[in-house]
Design a protein around this ligand. Structure first.
Ligand code: ATP
Length: 627
């Protein structure tokens, strides 16, 4: 057996880092600003723990473009490096000074916000530059150093003069990357990745209008001054304690996050945990429309205030991806390029923490101000219902605050609803039947009929309601949901009292055959029912099971295979006790056909099913009958 050491040659690794490590060239700027931030935060930490007596002051990071020389400069006022440190940290690829710092200062530095980790970020500069220079002066009393490298494994390192403490990185941009000399491009990048980084970032200057003196004349022009253009807000709301923030602070942070969004959020959830993982953030419930796909990917993921991605799949349970806001966690495992998540156990823990937090917040909003919660229900129900469907833990918690509104806008929790309807809406087999409508106008006559029996009818109209009902029926005991138009009102909740039929069995058989001869078989199943003689003679219903399966199929999964494409099937309920039916059996064929067609069209009309040519023929026939 042979053993040995694998030989990694820098000459071969270097091009790999430059070309393949990072998905996008643009992230070089994020990496260099992260290094400048780390250098500044290290100095902050050292002054805080008394390891140095230099004054920290008010350091900024500056980004400058020099079009004449084709250079981009990133300048910081952080710890800087001695010549030896450049040798150690820069010349050794994959040796991270950030990691070393955290290791050395352990507990005291764990909340310092240091970003670096892998010891590779600096080299992303070579994705866009032919030549990179570092001019750096350490906070220790040592001469400044000047490092130059042209993207090969060769470099030069010499002493130089530099007045101020800190580091300047100079990128000599290569021909294809001249876009990074455009002000707008750099400003956009800084806003995308660095908008909430903890050290102020200066990019050029801007004009600021000063407020006019109170007694100034109307026509006096307001004075302007030139000030530093600071790109970022170093203290975003999520880094503060919830107790230090007012409602208005949350709203203004929302506007800062989504400057193009004019609608206010409904409410927020401040996340703040430091054990077993560290995570902060603010989630907002926006007003949601029924178009669910539109609202995805609005939550931004940060790591130590550096923007990572707006695809939070995995960290945030799917049903909450419709929310907006930010999540910041140094414990979320990212890949080396810091642009993707690394799925692992920690991510799962974070996801269930977020689910729990959101459920708790909803519960407390419900308890504190039920009226307000009811008002907002329509705008938040999709998220909650989706959560109840997809996460069992959330389902359990939501049971206490999920609402079931009636067509008369009364809002019940599940327990309240059952309590209310149990006496009047339990069928002969002991099942409590929850009646619901999906559209108040279209199902108006059915709702009315149910109300006349003192039944409570819910209005359940969100797109995933069929799935939710299915879930409720399987998790709760002895209940079933039935849409009001799925049968005649007497059959919705079957009780013992059976109506007596006015027609004999032979008459019924004949009547059924007469109907079946005229009504298209592939669409309607004729069903004879002895009902009240004042009830409609004919009505069309769609069986609950069929319709629900179809709906579930259409909104994705759950239903029976292929149901979504099945043609609609209806029941044609014939009220044998209606006087029209006793007349009908004795009519001659021609009149009978006319009567049945007319009655069928009327039944269709009340279900909104009479359209196009059928409607035209119906109107024509009705006028004929009036002659
Ligand atoms: N502006 C700077 N000021 C002081 N030291 C710096 C600066 N830039 C880089 N360094 C030093 O060089 C080291 C290597 O930087 P590099 O960006 O390659 O890795 P990192 O920041 O440690 O990790 P990551 O790959 O996760 O960014 C840093 O850890 C730091 O010690």
């Amino acid at each position: 057996m042979a053993t040995g050491k694998i030989n990694v040659s820098v000459e071969n690794i270097f091009p790999l880092i430059k070309k393949f490590l990072y998905s996008d060239h643009e992230i070089f700027l994020r990496e260099l600003i992260s290094n400048a931030t780390d250098a500044t935060l290290k100095l902050k930490h050292l002054t805080r723990i008394g390891e140095t007596d230099v004054t920290y002051g008010k350091p900024v990071i500056e980004v400058k473009i020099n079009k004449e020389n084709n250079t981009l400069h990133i300048i910081d006022e952080g710890v800087g490096m001695t010549k030896d440190e450049v040798e150690k940290y820069i010349n050794q690829v994959a040796f991270s000074g950030a990691e070393e710092f955290l290791e050395k200062y352990k507990d005291s530095a764990k909340d310092s916000g240091i970003i670096g980790h892998f010891g590779l970020g600096f080299y992303s500069a070579f994705m866009v530059a032919d030549k990179v220079e570092i001019i750096t002066k350490s906070y220790k009393d040592e001469p400044a150093a000047h490092w130059t490298c042209e993207g090969t494994t060769e470099f030069t390192l010499e002493e130089t003069t530099k007045e101020n403490r800190g580091t300047e990185i100079i990128l000599h941009l290569n021909e294809e990357e001249k876009e990074f000399l455009e002000e707008q491009r750099i400003e956009n990048l800084l806003t995308k990745y660095n908008k909430f980084m903890p050290v102020p970032i200066k990019f050029g200057t801007k004009e600021k209008t000063l407020p006019k003196a109170e007694d100034a004349p109307e026509d006096e022009e307001a004075k302007t001054v030139t000030v530093d253009n600071i790109i970022n807000n170093p203290d975003p709301a999520w880094t503060k304690q919830p107790t230090d923030l007012e409602e208005e602070d949350y709203k203004s942070f929302y506007r800062e996050l989504y400057p193009m969004q004019f609608e206010e959020p409904l409410f927020h959830i401040h996340l703040n945990v430091d054990y077993p993982f560290n995570l902060t953030g603010i989630l907002y419930f926006p007003k949601l429309s029924n178009d669910l796909s539109m609202q995805r990917d609005k939550i931004q993921l940060y790591q130590n205030q550096v923007f990572v991605t707006d695809n939070v799949e995995g960290i945030v349970p799917e049903f909450l991806t419709m929310l907006k806001g930010v999540i910041d966690s140094p414990d979320i495992p990212l890949n080396v390029s810091r642009s993707y998540l690394q799925a692992d156990g920690a991510v799962k823990k974070i996801s269930s923490y977020i689910t729990r937090k959101v459920a708790d917040k909803l519960k407390s909003l419900f308890n504190q101000n039920r009226e307000d919660f009811e008002k907002k229900w329509n705008d938040i129900k999709v998220v909650i219902e989706y959560g109840m469907l997809s996460e069992d833990k959330f389902f359990e918690k939501a049971d206490k605050f999920a609402l079931y509104p009636s067509v008369d806008e009364k809002y019940y929790t599940y327990d309240e609803l059952i309590e209310k309807i149990k006496a009047n809406q339990t069928d002969k087999d002991g099942k409590t039947v929850v009646l619901y409508a999906s559209n108040k106008d279209e199902q108006h006559s059915y709702i009315q009929a149910a109300k006349e029996k003192n039944y409570e009818v819910l209005l359940l109209d969100s797109p995933i309601v069929a799935h939710l009902i299915q879930k409720l029926e399987s998790s709760k005991e002895n209940i079933s949901f039935v849409r009001v138009d799925s049968d005649h009102v007497d059959n919705l909740i079957k009780k013992e009292e059976n109506q007596v039929s006015k027609l004999s069995d032979e008459e019924k058989e004949k009547l059924k055959a007469d109907f079946e001869a005229i009504v298209p078989k592939e669409k309607y199943t004729v069903q004879l029912e002895p009902m009240d003689s004042n009830a409609a003679p004919l009505m069309i219903t769609q069986p609950e099971f069929m319709r629900r399966m179809k709906e579930m199929q259409q909104t994705g999964g759950g239903g029976m295979f292929g149901m979504g494409n099945m043609p609609d099937m209806y029941n044609l309920v014939v009220n044998v006790n209606h006087p029209l039916m006793s007349d009908l059996i004795n009519q001659d064929k021609e009149v009978q056909e006319k009567t049945i067609k007319q009655a069928l069209d009327l039944a269709k009309l009340s279900q909104n099913l009479l359209k196009g040519e059928e409607l035209t023929n119906f109107v024509k026939r009705s006028f004929e009958l009036m002659k």
